[in-house]
Design a protein around this ligand. Sequence first.
Ligand code: AMP
Ligand code: MG
Length: 519
Amino acid sequence: MRALNFDNRFVRELPGDTDGINMSRQVYDALWSSVQPTAVAKPRLLAHSPEVAEMLGWTAADIADPDFASVFGGNQLLAGMQPYAACYGGHQFGGWAGQLGDGRAISLGETVNSAGERWELQLKGAGPTPYSRRADGRAVLRSSVREFLCSEAMYHLGIPTTRALSLVATGDSVMRDMLYDGNPALEPGAIVCRVAPSFIRFGNFELPASRGDKALLEQLVDFTIARDYPELQGDTQAKRSAWFMEICRRTGVMIAHWMRVGFVHGVMNTDNMSILGLTIDYGPYGWLEDYDPMWTPNTTDEAGKRYCYGQQPYIGHWNLAHLRDALKPVIADAQVLQAGLQAYADTYSETFGVMLAAKFGIRELSDNDAPWINSAFELLHKSEVDMTLFFRNLADVDVQQPELTPLLPAFYRDDLLQQYRAEWEQWLGQYCARLQTDNLPPEERRARMNAANPRFVLRNYLAQQAIDLATAGDNSRIVELLDTLRHPYDEQPRYAHFAEKRPEWARHKAGCSMLSCSS
Ligand code: AMP
Ligand code: MG
C-alpha cells in the first residue's frame, strides 16, 4: 500500500490525555485521549468508495492489498498514524448529558493529499476507548452498511456530509438487543472508516464550557478556526465572531438540503452536529417515503417526535442556541451571537425557498405561491404519496394538458387516490396555470427539476435488503446500491427497480420503517 502523508494537528496542537490507560473515565484538561484500536479476528473488505480512495491518493491496487483490510479493520497502523478518541459532551433529546466522547470512534490521523487537502480518517467500531462507558466500542454490520452507503449517497446528492472510505467485516460477533425488547443476540461486527476534514462537533465546545474551563475552550475555538476555517480574517475576536456566523450559515444550508430530499437524521443531539455543517453520525436515520412531517425513523423518538422530519429546521436552531451559550465566554460581542442565530434562520429559509422553487420547476417563489405549495404538501400527506417519486415525476406532467398519470406510481393507497383524486386534479390545474405564467421552456424546466429532485435515494427497505444479503455473506447488493447512488439524479434505467416505492411487506418491518439506536 502506498504511504500517506500525515500531519496530525489535532493531537499535536491541543492538550491530550496520553497516559494510555484504556479505562472508562471522566477526562479533564484534555480534548482527546490516546488509544489504540483493538485487533479483530478476520478483517475482510466488503466495500469501498472509489472516489474517496482516489481523493486520498490510492488506486485499485492499494485497495486490493491485504494490508488495506487489516489497517481499516484496526489490526495495523500506517506510518504516521496517531490514534486518538475525542473528548466531548452534548445535549441528548433536549437534556445535558455531560461527557460523552468517542466511545467507539478512533481517529487514526489527518492525511494531507497531493492537492493539499486535509482529510481525517476515523474508524467507527474499532474497540473501547476511555469514553465507552459500559459499552463495547464495537459496531454491527447492519449499522455499518447503513453509515457507509448513506454517507456516500448524501455526498452524491450534493449534501454536505462526512464521507466513507471503507466497510470492513471484522469476523467477530457483537451482542446487541436490536429492538430493545430484552432479546439480545449475536450479530456480525463491522467497521467503517469515515473521512472528513474535521470531526469536531458542537459538543466538543459544550463540554469545556460546562466545566467552566475557559482556557481549554478558547484553545479549541482558536484551533478550529485556524485549521478548519483558515479563510477567516481579522483579529482574534473578529475571527471568532465571523466563525460563529459561518457555522450558523452552514448548518442552515445543510438542513435545507435534508428537507429537500426527505432525509431525517433521527438523532440530532448536539454531539451529532458537525462544526463544519456536515451531516455526521448516521444512526437511526431514514428517508421519507409517504410524505409525513411527523415521521421519525428512530423508535426512541417515537413518543416525543423531537427529531421527526418537520422539526429538523427548528432543532437546528435549538442546537445552535446551545453552541452559542457554550461560546459566550469567548465571544465578547453578544449581538454577534444573536445575529448568528438569525443568520441561521435567514439562510435556512432563503436556501429552502430556492430549493422549493427548483423542486416545483418555477423560476422564483413569491408570497402568492404559498397557498398552492401548502396545498401540495397537505395533499401529499393526507393521500400518502411518496415524496421522492412525486417530485421526480412531476417534471413529466404536460403543462398544456395536465393529467395525474405520471404521478400515479407515487401513491401508496388506491383508496386514498380515489378519495383525493378530484382535489389532486384541481391542484394540478392550478399548478400548471402557475407554470404557464413563468413560461420556462419545457426542457429547461425539466432539467431544473431533475437537478433538485433525485430519482434515487437510499430507501429504508433497500438498505435493509443489502444488509440481509450481506449478513448471509453476499456483499454484491452493497456494491450495486453504491453504484446506483453515485448518480442519483440520472435515470439509470438498469437500476429502475431501486427507484420504486416501498413495497407493502416493508411497511412495518424493523430496519425498514423503524430503527432503534442499537447499533
Ligand atoms: P450516538 O447516539 O451513536 O451518537 O452515540 C452517543 C454516544 O454513545 C457517543 O459518545 C458514542 O461514542 C457512544 N456509543 C454509542 N455506541 C457505543 C458503543 N457500542 N460502544 C461505546 N460507545 C458507544
Ligand atoms: Mg454520535
